[in-house]
Ligand binder design. Structure first.
Ligand SMILES: [Zn+2]
Length: 113
């Protein structure tokens, strides 16, 4: 399911979302958006969370949501976080290589680091 399908499944028109900057917004920029002045893109209640979504054909857009719709969207959105020990270790190894750092991982399940 791509971003447009996810938004449609939530009843949100991607074209109605406000364009977001091309740069990754600072935490303060995102927090300023959820001061209660913007409506939830799904239900119209004051937004309490925001994220930037990349919509094919439209570019980056702000997805402002209330708490309940943030949770609904989070359940549908694919996670970029590893969900296994092996995935976490792989991410740590990649980060260490990119940083040029030596890395020793010790786990309590006998997994080689
Ligand atoms: Zn809502």
């Amino acid at each position: 399911m791509d971003t447009v399908d996810l938004l449609h499944s939530l009843g949100i028109d991607p074209a109605a979302l406000e364009p977001a900057p091309s740069w990754a917004p600072y935490r303060g920029t995102s927090l300023a958006r959820i001061d209660g002045s913007r409506p939830c893109a799904r239900c119209g209640l004051p937004a309490r969370a925001t994220r930037v979504v990349d919509v094919p054909g439209l570019g980056r857009r702000w997805l402002d949501t209330c708490r309940d719709d943030f949770l609904a969207a989070s359940r549908l959105w694919p996670s970029r976080m590893p969900s296994t020990v092996e995935g976490i270790v792989a991410d740590l190894r990649t980060a260490a290589v990119e940083a040029g750092a030596d890395l020793t991982i010790v786990t309590d399940d006998g997994m080689a680091g």
